[in-house]
Ligand binder design. Structure first.
Ligand SMILES: *[C@@H]1O[C@H](CO)[C@@H](O)[C@H](O)[C@H]1NC(C)=O
Ligand SMILES: *[C@@H]1O[C@H](CO)[C@@H](O)[C@H](O)[C@H]1NC(C)=O
Ligand SMILES: *[C@@H]1O[C@H](CO)[C@@H](O)[C@H](O)[C@H]1NC(C)=O
Ligand SMILES: *[C@@H]1O[C@H](CO)[C@@H](O)[C@H](O)[C@H]1NC(C)=O
Ligand SMILES: [Zn+2]
Length: 936
């Protein structure tokens, strides 16, 4: 044994208690406890935010109202908020809401300034200040609105007294705009009648658009909410209704006071939606949606899984569900996928509504995983909350990990936990291997402005967070991991400190390396010498990481491995390189590491071992777990991209697919070949590549023809996915049996639009293929069906498929539609443009379109919108020429004055990616062409 040490996995590297403490530590480092049971204790009431003096930024002034963070002088206790959204436009055509709000706050440190967030609200009355103690309140000297930093600054003649409480009362009016942020409106048609819903999206910084508030996650308070609304509508909020008072013209609904909570988790909704419900013990579970969708039974699936998942999380956290009700609502206009508002979760329709006949199994999986994700937040995120947005990864990474556990409870036959490897680990590897990546945890002072906060809602936070926590759970064992988590909900602060100061250090040390430095290692195992080495993996080896790392880009790497099929004890690589004699092979042995990709790293081997693995794949692939068959492909392709192994070696990992029928290896290969398509579909490589892929997929297509004759569903969940892959790829490579099948189905549908003969799972692939092969007639038919569709997931399939058209004028017309919200909803605009850009014909059109309309798109869709980085990455991902790089740089410079909002980092990443693509194509085009002509 070398200098590293072996640890028996079942024992874990530390005892249960210590490890439990370690997780508590990790959580404690960034969590505010809402269970402030000892509210009367002076010390406990202090806000727990870490910054006590404002952090100077690049701002010219040091005045508090020029800082992006609130001073720690005041601490909100309770709010009383009354809002009245008008679902009809006023005389000037404007949709508005009126509001009254009072906030009781305690003065923590004497001050003559009240700074409270307020954005785009017009005060209709001079705000008033009342003292709740014995001394009178100071007189208000002046009130200044700071639009840039989004504050209302109230300057006082005298100082507020520390320890005293005050009440600030405001009356205001705001616009109920269709901008998807704060208190906003969503519109839809039902039986030809236009309906308006008033709803909210507060995260991250838009509660201040609904009422003046101390809008930071650690500034928790109790909220008394009242909504005025039309008697024909229903009002919903985080808690149950306390009283409803009906007047002739208006109903007043008052809700029970909330738990102590953050502003970003509030929700207020007025609609005439329908609902279905179920009661489990005393807990009321309801699903709300458009009447038509509820009547069609589209909420049933969500309702049927929610109870199971909630019960699962109660056990998992060992804490009862914290609220008396759980509402979930599907909104026609919604920017993100879903939002975990406490007790009133909001969704995009496609993320909640399911139709047995029309929705695919992919739609179903999305629904169950998103529900599990949002329900997981009801404890982790809502009950315990991050102190500031720089630790968002903990909140989102955790929910993104346990969503698989919750979904697995609801759909135990799906093997859904395996899919995290494709959906999160492989996906984020691609981004985290860039020199411009960033660590999971950012410094508090780096995340200040609203658009910087939006930017941390990225793949790193979600998918790397999930991957790293899964690794932690794996090496600690799940029992130890959950025990630690449960303790975090139980213990109060002093106990975590004890934990930090104990031997827990080792787990903390391990995690610091994954959390505080960006990127991940590639571990190279030389089975000839027994040498094992780690190195920071960068897709473009000529780049240097943008930032230094205090750990020198070395990690503590848990290496699970097998020799042939025999599992070996977990090995910890704690330094750059080490000698491990056990990893030498002889005879017909081979080594496989990172079993099931539970570790967040890639693996490389000496040539001899690679050859042996290729041979096993070809001759007895079952000896390698299915997840690792996908891993070998993904690692090889990415190692090749980084110039570490030959590109032809990577291509050879796909040879065994001729006999593979499992989804994960296929999906992994198709994902990686997709890059070859992006780089080469405008070159002479295209033809031979199509022939090669066509040859490989023919076997799979035949397999599913025999298994299902395209009439039945394959039995397994992932087999259903692979059936879709078989059809999609067979058709796109021109297999005649496939194109004929698809053409026939689509024609049948066009002849009789009321009966769609295409199986739900296959629709995306069939629509795309038929529209690509068709012309104006097919496109217009699809558009008509899109407009008629009443199931959101069906609309989405058609919307994506219309981007498959091959006639430029059709695509250009479609691009124009994306800026007309009567045609394409705002929430769908960027993803439609991205779909068009993925089409080789549409790519240059989409790029021209975005460049020409950047200012308009940016203003309409807002600098804070989460989808901007997707848009930029999406339209530039095919870039691989010097000319395109120049255009991209020009685009960045030309629009510097307008800005890129949450897409700022994406621009930098795109430039880096394009540079790497140019080099890669230059280096590989010849070899790849030859290999596809003669694949061996
Ligand atoms: C909240 O404000 C409304 C309207 O001003 C008032 O009628 C109500 O009594 C207040 N409730 C609480 C709990 O302060
Ligand atoms: C708020 O005031 C501004 C400036 O007077 C005005 O343009 C805007 O329409 C007002 N908003 C509402 C909702 O009344
Ligand atoms: C309902 O409102 C009444 C009157 O304002 C109040 O006394 C009571 O505590 C409230 N109940 C709940 C459950 O909030
Ligand atoms: C790897 O994953 C498969 C599929 O989920 C599972 O059956 C197997 O037990 C896992 N292997 C290990 C060593 O955990
Ligand atoms: Zn989340």
């Amino acid at each position: 044994m070398g200098k590293g040490f072996f640890i028996n996995k079942t024992v874990g590297i530390v005892g249960i208690v210590l490890a439990a403490g370690a997780i508590a530590t990790i959580i404690a480092l960034s969590v505010v406890y809402s269970q402030e049971k000892s509210k009367n204790n002076e010390n406990e009431v202090k806000p727990t935010g870490a910054v006590t003096t404002p952090v100077p930024t690049t701002e010219p002034s040091n005045e508090p109202w020029d800082q992006w963070r609130l001073p720690q002088t005041l601490s909100p206790q309770t709010y009383n908020v009354t809002l009245w959204p008008r679902l009809q436009p006023d005389a000037t055509g404007l949709y508005i809401f009126r509001g009254l709000s009072s906030v009781v706050f305690r003065c923590v440190e004497k001050t003559n300034l009240i700074l409270i967030h307020s954005n785009k609200l017009n005060m209709t009355l001079q705000p008033t200040l009342t003292a709740l103690g014995s001394k009178p309140a100071p007189i208000i000297e002046s009130i200044v609105m700071h639009t840039k930093t989004q504050y209302m600054a109230i300057h006082l003649k005298d100082e507020l007294t520390a320890g005293e409480s005050y009440e600030l009362y405001t009356e205001f009016v705001g616009e109920l705009a269709d901008d998807l942020g704060g208190f906003y409106r969503s519109e839809y048609y039902e039986n030809g009648v236009k309906k308006v819903v008033a709803t909210t999206q507060m995260q991250a910084t838009d509660a201040r658009k609904a009422f003046p508030c101390f809008d930071e996650p650690a500034m928790k308070a109790v909220f008394h909410i009242t909504l005025y609304h039309d008697p024909a509508t229903v009002a919903l909020s985080n808690d149950k209704v306390n009283i409803t008072v009906d007047d002739t013209f208006v109903t007043r609904t008052t809700f029970a006071p909330t738990e102590v909570m953050s502003t970003y988790l509030l929700a207020f909704i007025v609609s005439d939606f329908g609902f279905i419900e179920q009661n489990i013990d005393k807990l009321q579970i309801r699903i709300f949606a458009r009447q038509e969708a509820i009547n069609a039974g589209q909420g049933e699936y969500a309702l049927s899984v929610t109870g199971t998942i909630l019960k699962f999380f109660e056990d998992y956290y060992n804490v009862p569900y914290p609220l008396p009700k759980s509402d979930q609502i599907a909104l026609p206009d919604f920017n993100a996928g879903a939002m975990e508002n406490w007790g009133l979760i909001t969704y995009r329709e496609t993320a909640l509504l399911y139709d047995e006949e029309i929705s695919s199994n992919g739609n179903k999986e999305r629904i169950v995983t998103i529900i599990a994700h949002e329900l997981a937040h009801q404890w982790f995120g809502n009950l315990v909350t991050i102190r500031w947005w720089n630790d968002l990864w903990l909140n989102e990474g955790f929910a993104s990990y346990v969503e698989y556990l919750g979904a697995d409870k609801a759909e135990p036959t799906w093997n859904i936990k395996d899919l995290i490897v494709l959906n999160d680990v492989h996906r984020v590897f691609a981004i985290d291997a860039l020199a411009s990546s960033h660590p999971l945890s950012s410094k508090e002072e780096e995340i200040q402005r609203p658009e910087q906060i939006s930017e941390v809602f990225d793949t790193i936070s979600y998918s790397k967070g999930a991957s790293v926590l899964r690794m932690l759970s794996d090496f600690l064992t799940e029992t130890v991991f959950t025990q630690g988590l449960q303790n975090a909900f139980v213990y109060s602060q002093p106990i975590w400190y004890v934990a930090i100061n104990n031997a827990v250090q080792s787990v903390q040390d391990i995690m610091d390396r994954w959390v505080l430095q960006m990127g991940f290692p590639v571990v190279t195992i030389n089975t000839e010498t027994g040498q094992i080495t780690q190195e920071h993996f960068l897709l473009d080896p000529e780049t240097k990481p943008d930032r230094p790392s205090e750990f020198n880009y070395e990690w503590f790497v848990p290496i699970s491995w097998t020799k042939k099929e025999a599992a070996q004890p977990l090995y910890w690589l704690l330094q750059k390189t080490n000698q491990v004699d056990q990893m030498k092979i002889s005879g017909d042995e081979w080594v496989l590491a990172n079993i099931n990709v539970t570790g967040y790293y890639r693996v490389n081997y000496d040539n001899e071992n690679w050859e042996r693995l290729l041979n096993v794949l070809q001759t007895s692939r079952q000896s390698i777990p299915v997840i690792n068959r996908a891993q070998i492909i993904d690692d090889a392709f990415n190692l090749a991209k980084a110039g570490i192994i030959e590109t032809t070696l990577a291509l050879r990992t796909t040879l065994f697919l001729a006999s593979e029928t499992e989804y994960m290896p296929w999906e992994s290969a198709l994902d990686n070949l997709d890059y070859f398509y992006l780089m080469f579909d405008r070159t002479e490589v295209y033809g031979p590549m199509q022939t090669y892929v066509g040859n490989k997929v023919e076997g799979l297509f035949d397999y599913f023809t025999r298994l299902t004759n395209w009439e039945n569903l394959p039995p397994g969940h992932t087999d259903q996915y692979n059936q879709v892959n078989a059809l999609r790829v067979a058709c796109s490579t021109g297999l005649e049996a496939c194109t004929t099948l698809v053409k026939t189905w689509f024609e049948q549908w066009m002849e009789n639009p009321n009966v769609n003969p295409i199986k739900a799972n296959l629709r995306s692939a069939v629509y795309c293929s038929a529209i690509a092969a068709g012309g104006e007639k097919e496109w217009n038919f699809a558009w008509e069906m899109f407009e008629k569709a009443t199931v959101a997931s069906e609309k989405d399939k058609l919307r994506a498929a219309m981007a498959c058209a091959t006639e430029p004028w059709l695509l250009n017309r479609y691009l124009k539609y994306t800026l007309d919200s009567n045609k394409i909803r705002k929430q769908d605009a960027t993803s439609t443009i991205i779909s068009i850009a993925s089409n080789v014909v549409g790519q240059p059109l989409a790029w021209d379109f975005v460049r020409a309309n950047w200012e308009y798109i940016f203003k309409q869709y807002g600098g804070g919108s989460f989808s901007f980085s997707n848009l930029i990455n999406g339209i530039t991902k095919r870039f691989s020429t010097e000319f395109e790089l120049q255009q991209l740089i020009q685009f960045r410079d030309d629009n510097a004055h307008i800005g890129f909002g949450s897409g700022t980092l994406a621009i930098q990443q795109s430039i880096e990616r394009t540079t790497a693509n140019i080099k890669w194509v230059k280096k590989n085009q010849e070899t790849v062409l030859e290999w596809f002509i003669n694949p061996l």
